[in-house]
Each structure stands twice: as C-alpha cells, then as structure tokens.
Design a binder for this molecule. Structure first.
Ligand code: RIB
Ligand code: CA
Length: 316
C-alpha cells in the first residue's frame, strides 16, 4: 500500500477519484488538503469532508490551504461542476471540523514523519504544493514522488487546453505555482489532457447504467455525480481518477520523460505546458529526478477498473 497525501479541489472528478481511492487497497490516504480551484476554498473544504463522511471515512483529516492562486484572482469552475461543486448531489453538511494546520504545514509534516515513503497526489491547482515547497525547501526531496493531474502537452491530438486553447485548468489557474512545482526537483509524474480527454477514457452511458446497479453509498454517489456531468456536458471526464490510477496500476499508462516548461504570461499562452527533451545527462525540471508525462492510457481497462471497484460490494 502506498502512503498518500492528497491535495484536491473537489469538484466532481476529484470526488469520483476519492470514491475510487477509498475502495482501492493499493492506496492509503494519510490526509487531504484542499485548495481553491473548481470551487472556492470553503466549498472544496466542505466537499472533501462531506464525501469522506458519506463513505464512512470521516477520520481522514482535511486541512485547508490557499483561497486564491499565488498572484492572481481565483476563477472557479462552478459553471461546470454545479452550484456547490458536486453536481446536484445533496450530501449533508460535514460534521467534522477542518484540521487545525494549514495545508502546507500538514503536507510537510506528513513527509517528515515518513521520509521517502509518502507520495503527494495533486488534482487541483498547485498553489498549496508550491506554498509547501517554498516554506519547507526540504519537502521535494522527502517525498517518494508527486503525481499530479495537470497540463496539456501535445503528446496526442487531445493534448490541447480545456480552460483556454493553450492551457489546462489546474495549470492555467496558477501558472506561477505550477512553475515552482515543476522546477522543485521533486520526482514528478504528470497526467494531462493528452490522456484524460481521449474518448476511450471517458465514462459513457453504458458505464453509468452499470454504476446505477450498485446499492452502496459509494455507488449511489458516483452515479449521481456521473449522471450530472453526462447530462450537462455529454460525457464524464475522468481527469483526476486517471491521476489516481497511476498509483493503483501504472501499467495502464505509457510515459515520456522531459523537462516541463510552464508559460506564466498573461496572454493567450498563460498556463501552457511544453516538454523540452532532456539532453544526455541533463537534469529534468530544475532538479535531480526526471519528470514523467503520461503519453497514452488503456482507457477500456481503466474504466473497467473504475466501474468494478465502485460496484465492489465489499466496501461502503
Ligand atoms: O482540467 C481538469 C482538472 O481541473 C481536474 O483536476 C478538474 O477537477 C479541475 O481541477
Ligand atoms: Ca481537480
């Protein structure tokens, strides 16, 4: 089992990913930190706790971080994720309070308590991660690695932007933070739109029909979230569940190595991500470990993993 600390901005696909994680023995969630992104910080903090409590995992601590990007205003995506960020689901308000530490201190302490053992999964804008790395410079080297959902690298015909033609939402939201993270020297594995926008990796009507046969709280919530996104957007994009899937079964993916450049301009290139090849012996992304970027995924096998685990009655 991999120890994981998870920075997220729930959001429908973050929530679907959390449901999958809680039904996957390969992943042990030490804690969750939340960031503003899909929704304002108060909502992402509430949504993480609501989903955890719905799935009888309310013991997992949730720490709040940044309410806005490092140096830009927040531009949320509630127009996509629904008025409260979780479609039209109606989970009760959270019973548990937020963890008292800010997200960046929580992330650092988790890594310090288990040097080299903890993987940081990031499925939102990278503001909290950048803050953690800047406040705790030893953190990148203490982590087993970073798996992040973010970027559009032109590795497939789907590797174009979804917030702008050039940029993926998480990176676009806080490009300065993304540059700090990619240049941190942490061992980074990035899952971008190149694989998550491929139709083979998106949930469709027949998957929803199967999920609807589930009777558990997890299956019922997943069905609600998937149904909302399909009704409003035609299919259910699995950006964040794909990032989590790297920790469950990396054989689902193929990767390329390179140095990731993030455009931090204000123009149409804001948040664009480009891969430059590593020269022989050149270090990647400002540090000692190569950056891996997902270039392909076995979409059918990934979706089967997702649906079968959602329907597995051995869990909540
Ligand atoms: O571009 C998709 C990413 O942005 C996903 O993580 C989604 O939840 C949003 O955060
Ligand atoms: Ca997200």
């Amino acid at each position: 089992m991999q120890k994981v600390v998870w920075d997220m901005d729930p959001g429908i696909d973050d929530a679907l990913s959390l449901i999958l994680a809680l039904r996957s023995p390969e992943v042990g969630i030490l804690g969750i930190t939340v960031v503003a992104g899909n929704a304002p910080l108060e909502m992402t903090g509430s949504n993480a706790r609501r989903v955890l409590e719905h799935l009888d995992a309310g013991n997992i601590p949730v720490a709040a971080g940044a309410a806005k990007p490092l140096c830009r205003p927040l531009e949320d995506a509630l127009g996509y994720h629904g008025p409260y960020g979780l479609g039209d689901s109606s989970l009760p308000p959270p019973a548990a309070s937020l963890h008292p530490e800010p997200a960046w201190d929580f992330l650092s302490r988790a890594a310090l308590e288990a040097p080299g053992e903890v993987t940081l999964l990031a499925t939102g804008p990278l503001t909290n991660v950048a803050c953690a790395f800047e406040r705790h410079p030893q953190l990148p080297g203490l982590l087993a690695g970073v798996v992040l959902m973010g970027g559009a690298y032109g590795l497939t015909s789907y590797g174009r932007g979804n917030r702008t033609p050039a940029a993926e939402f998480n990176i676009w939201q806080d490009p300065e933070a993304a540059r700090v993270v990619f240049d941190s020297g942490a061992g980074i594995l990035a899952v971008g739109l190149d694989v998550s926008m491929g139709p083979a990796a998106c949930l469709g009507a027949r998957h929803l029909e199967r999920i609807r046969t589930g009777q558990t709280p997890a299956a019922c919530l997943a069905a609600q979230l998937v149904q909302y996104e399909m009704r409003h957007h035609g299919c259910c994009r699995m950006h964040d569940p794909l990032a989590l899937a790297v920790l469950i079964d990396a054989s689902l993916f193929r990767f390329v190595s390179g140095k990731v450049e993030v455009m931090v301009t204000d123009g149409p290139e804001r948040g664009a991500t480009r891969i430059s090849p590593l020269d022989n012996g050149q270090e990647s992304s400002g540090g000692s470990r190569p950056t891996q970027i997902a270039s392909a995924v076995d979409g059918a096998r990934f979706l089967e993993l997702f649906v079968s685990r959602i329907l597995d009655e051995r869990h909540v």
